[in-house]
Design a protein around this ligand. Sequence first.
Ligand SMILES: Cc1cc2nc3c(=O)[nH]c(=O)nc-3n(C[C@H](O)[C@H](O)[C@H](O)COP(=O)(O)O)c2cc1C
Length: 649
Amino acid sequence: MTTMVQTKVDDPTFWLDYLTADDQKKMDDTHAETLNEVRREVATRTQIFVGAGTCGFGAGAGKTIEAIKKFAADHQLEVDLVQVGCVGLCAEEPLVDIQMPGKNRLSFKKITADKVEPLLNSVLFGGLPLGLILGQYPSQHSKAWTNLPYIDEHPFFKRQKRMVLSNCGLIDPENLSEYLAYGGYRSFLQALKNLSPIEVCDKVIESGLRGRGGGGFKTGMKWKFAHNTPAEKKYMICNADEGDPGAFMDRAIIEGDPHRVLEGLATAAYAIGAQKAYIYIRAEYPLAIARLKKAIADAKEMGLFGENIFGSGYNLEVVIKRGAGAFVCGEETALIRSIEGRRGMPIPRPPFPTTSGLFQSPTVINNVETLATLPLIMGDSKFSKLGTEKSAGTKVFALSGNIARSGLVEVEIGTTIREVIFDIGGGIPDGHKFKAVQFGGPSGGCVPESFLDLSIDYETLQSAGAMMGSGGMVVMDERTCMVDLAKYFMQFIQMESCGKCIPCREGTRQMLDILDSLTHNRAQTPGTEALTRFKAVTRLDELAHVIQETSLCGLGKSAPNPVLSTLKWFRDEYEDHVFDRTCASGTCRDLIRLEIDSELCRNCGLCAKKCPTNAITGNKKEGYRIQLATCINCFHCQDICKFEAVVAG
Ligand SMILES: Cc1cc2nc3c(=O)[nH]c(=O)nc-3n(C[C@H](O)[C@H](O)[C@H](O)COP(=O)(O)O)c2cc1C
């Protein structure tokens, strides 16, 4: 059903005359009709778009697509069905947009397969299901729907600055012509034609772009180091290993707009003088890999990669390398080893990869979002004017956890945490109360409610004991135990530590043991060994600093962050676990003291009969009691009690 509009834009030479901003305007005017058709802004038949990123498929988009195909076949409808990437509003998926000839594109939410028939029946044959409408897309080329809101007025989109994500959810990621019609590959071709590699480095330095992979290192500077290192061969690597729990920005960018990442990668490779570029992508991202593969093949066929690109004399080969399945392989020196076919273990720096990296050659590694930002920087100076003095531009965040509107959010750097969580994310659902937000996954830190008005930028978050990280933002409400959260991240790090250096391997083990002792063993009643536990918490602090200072790589150096930030902001919760042996959120099940509510209990005695440790004593006449000293918190009594008489004390 999907058609590919064959136009002049598919001819590579077409682009060579249209490289500057003025040219672009000229071209937009001259070829408006063609471009609007390729951009699907003007269509002679109905276009149906389905949000088909991994998140969309997870919500049922696959079945929605099948139902649309069936509806079209049953009704002999001529429609174009376009699978687009993640639109961003993951909480409302599956998302379906419908654009009828001459009318604005309309977006509908939660269109599971069962809703397809009623939706299409009403939209195509009369009437609109108002409750399902997210909004209409503004367009100069079609008529607006009266009395319907615009999508950019929706609270989720209103405060965002979608620049890196501008194509995600809008265009067909598998159609190179569409990317080109939206100005794609122009900045790369412009660089090839009009700028020397060092001029490209300088332009990126001037833009103030900082790496989006977590460290925030100045991108142009890194390129310049590699550019200035004389060598026969150099390599460019895109880091798409994205292993942080709670992070899905890079996956969504690749799935929704793979050519943008490739364009950034090609520009970077040209700037540093590399003729081979790798994309190191986690194997658990099959859809992103498939879309990248197609994008590379299509770009190569068009002459955008390969030998003597557009007669410039520059050659570029782009290769995909699947990740080895370890979090540490995202660390740049481990990643390099993994590409070389060795075990992914970090090595000490210096030398930095820009001096001696892949196969001992100068190598630059950049994150997916960093690379996807480049077409904006090379082609448009607006991006650099956004942000704060020290951090230019926008940042994409993966917003998840206890939040009403989870999804992919792009905001200007410097936006406050409150704006992202409450204005864009819609706050905490079901009347619960905001407690904290964790930035940057296991290497990051959390900030409490009192910091909601902090600006999201590298320096400010660091001053609050957190970090911007690569973009994971997990929101928590009062039902989250912060000691348990610290334990979760420590468990993750302990499992993912490569074991090479002792502070990380052994230190994180010791920290985990301490956290384990705080959240387990309710049998240690208040007072018992409280001093030992208190000393252990003090030791957590000491261990954290030793691990930070002596670990070999970023994994170990940042491993204690979640513990340190929870200790800093939620010390009272640690104290509850240490002294009172309680967990206010009820998360640490071992610390729950079960008791039998005599009003609800019918004295049937089933709990006493089934208790594996005979911790329930009493009889049918006098009732039953749980003996805390022998109870092992297996919750068996609670599970079998028909009268819900076994309750947390
Ligand atoms: C344990 C560990 C895992 C990492 N994982 C990633 C990752 O998945 N993606 C990424 O871009 N950077 C990751 N990094 C950071 C990279 O080492 C590197 O700094 C980054 O790719 C540089 O890109 P940028 O300058 O564009 O930010 C990780 C670092 C550590 C210590």
